[in-house]
Design a protein around this ligand. Structure first.
Ligand code: HEM
Length: 469
């Protein structure tokens, strides 16, 4: 506390009034608060505020400065150690494929996964239809977790987890316990800012137990799977197989880590995007109807029994309104709210000299919803903006940051977009959807959000589903 007090400089960038340090020392600011400051406080592309433990953060909103951080001088910035540590606890040891040739994520490889996306969508529709019978509405959050986890495990490393059909199974329970936010996880985030990794690991924390248990259970299942794959590579169709086709040689532990990374990075992000998609479509009936009209003729029926090939499903690539809806969901409701970087040496941004070690925050929401960077009101859900203009009325390339940019951008973007498109199309094809509130108590409330590594729906998302026969 004393160090934080002492470190507050006299000469500051534009900043909000935050009150005395004693009242905010243990408070992390919410992403909506940071975004509101970006809009309301006059600044020339950089402003500063103090986060938890009195840590100084520089919020960057100038598109040129963001380009500099992500592209021109991308290697002058790293993720701050505390952020890397938290990501590592969820994503495993990180990204091996990025350093190799990531053709596994190129268009062709993703198209090869279309039959998987469609068959899991059909499974989801079938299960939702069955469990909705006789009910006024259904909470869809858990179904989205299950379908996205099943898809990333099957598409990433050929493992059928079966959490859609068997939500009680051990893999799913272990994964949900360890990898998703909880009170213990919040405490862990705070401690990760204070302690180095080796102390954090040694502390008798419930979160450490949860994480170790989850990594052990999930890792063991993946290890079994990976060892059973020896010699069968040529018959497979998943990302790990495509990576090895690129000539990447990975030992078993590297493969297990890679699989954990895919699970962590490619599950919750898409689940949250699906939640937003269903929420927006269920409130905007005209959009839902137009979308249904577009996809209905192109999609196979769910009762289609023959085995579908990628070619049968590529028709879904020519669906401009579906693409517009996905773009708009990802723009308006980015699942990752902040990107964090720390400078490796002194840098000059927007004419300001900033010392080595400065912690930068790029608020994705502040850019994606910035009125100066979009031609039509960016606070509104308006898929048509992408129909009338392929760039959605975006005035600067840095105005859409949902998948980040530059050498560290999301390698799963194509995978994510295709998976989202299939599931959304399958749901509107088969159900009329109407928002029925987010209360777990049966009362009508609007949705509640919680902010961890991703922005997540908290509580429930109840939808009144009327199936089309
Ligand atoms: C809607 C879905 C998704 C969104 C919005 C999203 C967004 C992002 C963003 C913003 C980053 C950059 C993080 C940073 O620089 O700090 C990232 C990194 C990454 N994404 Fe995605 N992602 C999505 C889905 C996926 C999927 C499906 C996969 C895998 C199949 C994936 C794999 C990765 C990986 C491996 C990284 C790099 C992690 C690292 O280097 O630390 N993502 N993603």
């Amino acid at each position: 506390y004393l160090i934080a007090q002492w470190k507050q400089p006299q000469d500051r960038l534009p900043h909000p009034e935050q009150g005395p340090l004693s009242q905010r020392f243990l408070v992390e600011l919410s992403p909506p608060q940071v975004e509101a400051w970006a809009r309301e406080i006059q600044h020339d592309g950089l402003m500063e505020y103090y986060g938890i433990l009195g840590q100084r953060r520089v919020l960057v909103t100038d598109p040129k400065a963001i380009h500099d951080i992500f592209q021109t001088h991308a290697y002058s910035y790293v993720k701050p150690p505390a952020v890397s540590k938290l990501l590592k606890s969820v994503l495993g040891e990180g990204l091996v494929v990025r350093r190799r040739q990531p053709s596994a994520f190129k268009l062709r490889s993703v198209k090869d996964l279309y039959p998987l996306f469609w068959s899991k969508t059909a499974e989801l529709v079938h299960i939702l239809g069955k469990e909705n019978e006789g009910r006024d509405s259904i909470d869809v959050l858990d179904y989205h977790n299950r379908v996205t986890l099943d898809i990333i495990a099957a598409g990433g490393f050929g493992m059928d987890i079966g959490s859609l059909t068997h939500p009680g199974n051990q893999f799913y329970s272990a994964y949900m316990q360890g990898f998703l936010p909880s009170k213990h996880a919040q405490m862990y985030r705070l401690l990760a800012l204070i302690f180095p990794e080796w102390i954090l690991d040694a502390l008798p924390l419930k979160r450490n137990q949860e994480l170790r248990g989850a990594v052990r259970a999930v890792g063991n299942r993946i290890r079994e799977k990976v060892s059973s794959l020896d010699g069968k590579a040529e018959t497979r169709n998943d990302i790990i197989h495509a990576v090895s086709q690129d000539g990447a040689v990975m030992d078993a532990e590297m493969l297990v880590n890679q699989c954990l990374t895919f699970l962590g990075a490619g599950h919750d992000t898409i689940a949250q995007s699906l939640n937003w998609a269903i929420y927006e479509l269920s409130l905007n009936k005209n959009v839902q109807t137009s979308l249904r009209k577009e996809v209905q003729e192109l999609l196979p029926g769910l009762s289609e029994k023959r085995e579908l090939k990628s070619n049968d499903l590529e028709r879904l690539d020519n669906t401009p309104f579906l693409e517009a809806v996905c773009n708009e969901i990802l723009r308006l409701h980015p699942p990752i709210h902040h990107l964090h970087r720390q400078s490796l040496h002194a840098v000059n941004l927007c004419g300001h000299e900033l010392p080595k070690g400065t912690k930068f925050i790029i608020s994705i929401g502040a850019m994606n919803r910035c009125p100066e960077l979009w031609s039509n009101d960016p606070s509104k859900f308006d898929p048509d903006r992408w129909v009338v203009d392929a760039k959605g009325g975006m005035k600067d390339r840095q105005a859409f940051l949902s998948f980040s940019q530059g050498p560290r951008l999301c390698i799963g973007e194509r995978f994510a977009r295709a998976e989202m498109a299939f599931i959304i199309a399958g749901l509107v094809q088969n159900f009329d959807m109407e928002f029925a509130g987010a209360g777990e108590d049966g009362q009508f409330h609007d949705v509640k959000l919680e902010y961890g590594t991703t922005t997540r729906f908290d509580g429930a998302l109840r939808i009144r589903l009327t199936p089309f026969r």
